[in-house]
Design a protein around this ligand. Structure first.
Ligand code: ATP
Length: 206
Protein backbone atom coordinates (compact mmCIF):
# COMPACT_ATOMS: atom_id res chain seq x y z
CA UNK A 1 0.00 0.00 0.00
CA UNK A 2 1.15 3.49 -0.82
CA UNK A 3 -0.15 6.25 1.41
CA UNK A 4 -0.31 9.66 -0.21
CA UNK A 5 -1.19 12.90 1.61
CA UNK A 6 -2.92 15.39 -0.67
CA UNK A 7 -3.27 18.98 0.41
CA UNK A 8 -3.38 22.57 -0.77
CA UNK A 9 -4.97 25.84 0.26
CA UNK A 10 -8.69 26.38 0.24
CA UNK A 11 -9.95 26.45 -3.34
CA UNK A 12 -6.71 25.08 -4.80
CA UNK A 13 -8.31 22.08 -6.50
CA UNK A 14 -7.87 19.21 -4.00
CA UNK A 15 -11.33 17.76 -4.69
CA UNK A 16 -10.76 17.98 -8.44
CA UNK A 17 -7.44 16.14 -8.06
CA UNK A 18 -8.80 13.47 -5.74
CA UNK A 19 -11.76 12.86 -8.04
CA UNK A 20 -9.40 12.23 -10.95
CA UNK A 21 -7.16 9.99 -8.83
CA UNK A 22 -10.24 7.99 -7.82
CA UNK A 23 -11.13 7.54 -11.51
CA UNK A 24 -7.60 6.27 -12.12
CA UNK A 25 -7.96 3.70 -9.32
CA UNK A 26 -6.83 5.33 -6.08
CA UNK A 27 -8.72 4.78 -2.83
CA UNK A 28 -9.54 8.34 -1.74
CA UNK A 29 -10.19 9.31 1.88
CA UNK A 30 -11.76 12.73 2.39
CA UNK A 31 -10.76 14.20 5.76
CA UNK A 32 -13.59 16.77 5.74
CA UNK A 33 -16.13 14.06 5.10
CA UNK A 34 -14.76 11.83 7.85
CA UNK A 35 -14.86 14.80 10.25
CA UNK A 36 -18.56 15.24 9.42
CA UNK A 37 -19.31 11.53 9.76
CA UNK A 38 -17.99 11.27 13.32
CA UNK A 39 -20.54 13.85 14.49
CA UNK A 40 -23.52 12.68 12.45
CA UNK A 41 -26.88 12.19 14.20
CA UNK A 42 -26.68 9.40 16.77
CA UNK A 43 -22.87 9.37 16.90
CA UNK A 44 -21.36 9.14 20.42
CA UNK A 45 -19.17 12.18 19.71
CA UNK A 46 -22.28 14.28 19.15
CA UNK A 47 -23.67 13.31 22.56
CA UNK A 48 -20.33 14.25 24.15
CA UNK A 49 -20.37 17.61 22.41
CA UNK A 50 -23.88 18.26 23.75
CA UNK A 51 -22.73 17.24 27.26
CA UNK A 52 -19.71 19.52 27.16
CA UNK A 53 -21.06 22.56 25.32
CA UNK A 54 -24.84 22.42 25.75
CA UNK A 55 -27.86 20.63 24.29
CA UNK A 56 -28.67 23.69 22.15
CA UNK A 57 -25.89 22.55 19.77
CA UNK A 58 -28.07 19.67 18.60
CA UNK A 59 -31.02 20.58 16.38
CA UNK A 60 -34.53 19.14 16.76
CA UNK A 61 -33.62 16.71 13.97
CA UNK A 62 -30.68 15.44 16.04
CA UNK A 63 -27.99 17.03 13.85
CA UNK A 64 -25.04 19.14 14.95
CA UNK A 65 -25.70 22.87 14.66
CA UNK A 66 -22.34 23.78 13.09
CA UNK A 67 -22.66 27.57 13.14
CA UNK A 68 -23.66 27.41 16.83
CA UNK A 69 -20.66 25.19 17.63
CA UNK A 70 -18.35 27.48 15.65
CA UNK A 71 -19.65 30.42 17.71
CA UNK A 72 -18.95 28.56 20.97
CA UNK A 73 -15.36 27.58 20.16
CA UNK A 74 -14.39 30.71 18.19
CA UNK A 75 -11.60 32.47 20.05
CA UNK A 76 -11.81 30.07 23.02
CA UNK A 77 -8.67 27.94 23.06
CA UNK A 78 -9.77 25.63 25.85
CA UNK A 79 -13.16 24.99 24.22
CA UNK A 80 -11.42 24.23 20.93
CA UNK A 81 -9.07 21.78 22.65
CA UNK A 82 -12.02 20.07 24.38
CA UNK A 83 -13.79 19.75 21.04
CA UNK A 84 -10.69 18.27 19.44
CA UNK A 85 -10.30 15.83 22.33
CA UNK A 86 -13.77 14.56 21.46
CA UNK A 87 -13.47 14.47 17.67
CA UNK A 88 -9.81 13.79 16.84
CA UNK A 89 -9.55 10.26 18.30
CA UNK A 90 -12.70 9.27 16.40
CA UNK A 91 -11.43 10.79 13.19
CA UNK A 92 -8.14 8.92 13.63
CA UNK A 93 -9.96 5.67 14.39
CA UNK A 94 -12.27 5.94 11.38
CA UNK A 95 -9.39 6.91 9.09
CA UNK A 96 -7.37 3.91 10.32
CA UNK A 97 -10.36 1.62 9.71
CA UNK A 98 -10.75 2.92 6.15
CA UNK A 99 -7.02 2.52 5.46
CA UNK A 100 -7.15 -0.99 6.97
CA UNK A 101 -10.08 -1.88 4.72
CA UNK A 102 -8.28 -0.83 1.51
CA UNK A 103 -6.69 -3.56 -0.66
CA UNK A 104 -3.06 -4.42 0.09
CA UNK A 105 -1.86 -3.05 -3.25
CA UNK A 106 -3.93 0.15 -3.10
CA UNK A 107 -2.71 3.68 -3.60
CA UNK A 108 -4.53 5.39 -0.72
CA UNK A 109 -4.87 9.15 -1.17
CA UNK A 110 -5.83 11.13 1.92
CA UNK A 111 -7.33 14.50 0.96
CA UNK A 112 -6.46 16.45 4.08
CA UNK A 113 -6.76 20.25 3.93
CA UNK A 114 -4.83 20.83 7.18
CA UNK A 115 -2.01 18.35 6.53
CA UNK A 116 0.67 20.99 7.01
CA UNK A 117 -1.09 22.83 9.86
CA UNK A 118 -1.56 19.55 11.77
CA UNK A 119 2.04 18.55 11.05
CA UNK A 120 1.00 15.17 9.62
CA UNK A 121 3.50 14.97 6.76
CA UNK A 122 5.21 12.01 8.47
CA UNK A 123 2.10 9.85 8.06
CA UNK A 124 2.59 9.57 4.30
CA UNK A 125 5.12 8.05 1.93
CA UNK A 126 4.48 10.94 -0.43
CA UNK A 127 3.04 14.43 0.07
CA UNK A 128 1.32 16.04 -2.92
CA UNK A 129 0.47 19.72 -2.78
CA UNK A 130 -1.90 21.43 -5.19
CA UNK A 131 -0.21 24.77 -5.67
CA UNK A 132 -2.13 27.87 -6.72
CA UNK A 133 -1.27 31.50 -5.90
CA UNK A 134 -3.60 33.12 -3.41
CA UNK A 135 -5.05 35.64 -5.85
CA UNK A 136 -6.13 32.88 -8.25
CA UNK A 137 -7.72 30.91 -5.40
CA UNK A 138 -9.49 34.00 -4.16
CA UNK A 139 -10.87 34.61 -7.64
CA UNK A 140 -12.11 31.01 -7.95
CA UNK A 141 -13.70 31.00 -4.50
CA UNK A 142 -15.57 34.20 -5.22
CA UNK A 143 -16.43 33.67 -8.90
CA UNK A 144 -17.00 29.90 -9.01
CA UNK A 145 -18.10 29.16 -5.47
CA UNK A 146 -20.03 32.37 -4.82
CA UNK A 147 -18.16 32.99 -1.55
CA UNK A 148 -18.11 36.52 -0.13
CA UNK A 149 -14.69 38.04 -0.83
CA UNK A 150 -14.05 38.95 2.80
CA UNK A 151 -14.96 35.45 3.94
CA UNK A 152 -12.68 33.92 1.32
CA UNK A 153 -9.80 36.16 2.42
CA UNK A 154 -10.36 35.23 6.08
CA UNK A 155 -10.41 31.50 5.26
CA UNK A 156 -7.17 31.84 3.30
CA UNK A 157 -5.54 33.81 6.13
CA UNK A 158 -6.52 31.17 8.70
CA UNK A 159 -4.46 28.52 6.86
CA UNK A 160 -0.73 27.93 6.45
CA UNK A 161 0.82 30.09 3.75
CA UNK A 162 1.82 28.79 0.34
CA UNK A 163 5.51 28.75 1.24
CA UNK A 164 4.98 26.47 4.25
CA UNK A 165 2.91 24.10 2.13
CA UNK A 166 5.46 24.06 -0.69
CA UNK A 167 8.21 23.24 1.82
CA UNK A 168 6.27 20.13 2.85
CA UNK A 169 5.74 18.86 -0.71
CA UNK A 170 7.37 15.87 -2.35
CA UNK A 171 5.34 16.64 -5.45
CA UNK A 172 3.88 20.02 -6.44
CA UNK A 173 0.88 20.10 -8.74
CA UNK A 174 0.61 23.64 -10.09
CA UNK A 175 -3.00 24.50 -10.88
CA UNK A 176 -3.09 28.05 -12.20
CA UNK A 177 -3.90 26.88 -15.72
CA UNK A 178 -6.88 25.07 -17.17
CA UNK A 179 -8.69 22.07 -15.75
CA UNK A 180 -7.36 20.03 -18.70
CA UNK A 181 -3.80 20.93 -17.74
CA UNK A 182 -4.47 19.87 -14.17
CA UNK A 183 -5.95 16.60 -15.33
CA UNK A 184 -2.94 15.71 -17.44
CA UNK A 185 -0.62 16.60 -14.54
CA UNK A 186 -2.61 14.26 -12.30
CA UNK A 187 -2.52 11.50 -14.91
CA UNK A 188 1.25 11.88 -15.20
CA UNK A 189 1.61 11.79 -11.40
CA UNK A 190 -0.41 8.59 -11.29
CA UNK A 191 1.42 6.71 -14.05
CA UNK A 192 4.94 8.06 -13.45
CA UNK A 193 5.10 8.29 -9.67
CA UNK A 194 2.29 6.58 -7.81
CA UNK A 195 1.83 3.29 -9.66
CA UNK A 196 5.58 2.51 -10.00
CA UNK A 197 6.22 3.63 -6.42
CA UNK A 198 3.50 1.33 -5.13
CA UNK A 199 4.75 -1.59 -7.22
CA UNK A 200 8.29 -1.12 -5.89
CA UNK A 201 6.98 -0.83 -2.38
CA UNK A 202 5.09 -4.09 -2.80
CA UNK A 203 8.18 -5.84 -4.18
CA UNK A 204 10.23 -4.56 -1.25
CA UNK A 205 12.46 -2.33 -3.38
CA UNK A 206 11.85 0.87 -1.41
P1 ATP B 1 -11.73 23.30 -0.67
O1 ATP B 1 -10.47 23.74 -0.05
O2 ATP B 1 -12.81 24.31 -0.47
O3 ATP B 1 -12.15 21.91 -0.31
P2 ATP B 1 -10.59 22.32 -3.11
O4 ATP B 1 -9.14 22.55 -2.87
O5 ATP B 1 -11.11 20.94 -2.93
O6 ATP B 1 -11.46 23.33 -2.27
P3 ATP B 1 -11.87 22.32 -5.69
O7 ATP B 1 -13.24 22.22 -5.11
O8 ATP B 1 -11.33 21.12 -6.39
O9 ATP B 1 -10.85 22.85 -4.58
O10 ATP B 1 -11.76 23.57 -6.67
C1 ATP B 1 -12.25 24.86 -6.29
C2 ATP B 1 -13.05 25.45 -7.44
O11 ATP B 1 -12.15 25.82 -8.50
C3 ATP B 1 -14.04 24.47 -8.05
O12 ATP B 1 -15.16 25.19 -8.46
C4 ATP B 1 -13.26 23.89 -9.23
O13 ATP B 1 -14.11 23.42 -10.26
C5 ATP B 1 -12.46 25.11 -9.68
N1 ATP B 1 -11.20 24.76 -10.32
C6 ATP B 1 -10.24 23.91 -9.86
N2 ATP B 1 -9.19 23.90 -10.71
C7 ATP B 1 -9.50 24.74 -11.72
C8 ATP B 1 -8.81 25.17 -12.91
N3 ATP B 1 -7.60 24.72 -13.22
N4 ATP B 1 -9.44 26.06 -13.72
C9 ATP B 1 -10.66 26.55 -13.40
N5 ATP B 1 -11.35 26.19 -12.30
C10 ATP B 1 -10.78 25.31 -11.47
Amino acid sequence: MLRVGLSGGIGSGKSTVSQRLAELGAVVLDADRIAREVVEPGAPALAEIADRFGAHLVTDEGALDRPALAAVVFGDESARRDLEAITHPRIAERTAALVGGAPQDAVVVHDIPLLVELDRVGDYALTVIVDVPEDVRLHRLVELRGMEEEQARARIRAQADDRARRAAADVLLPNSGTLEELRSRVDRLWWDRLVPFEANLRLGRK
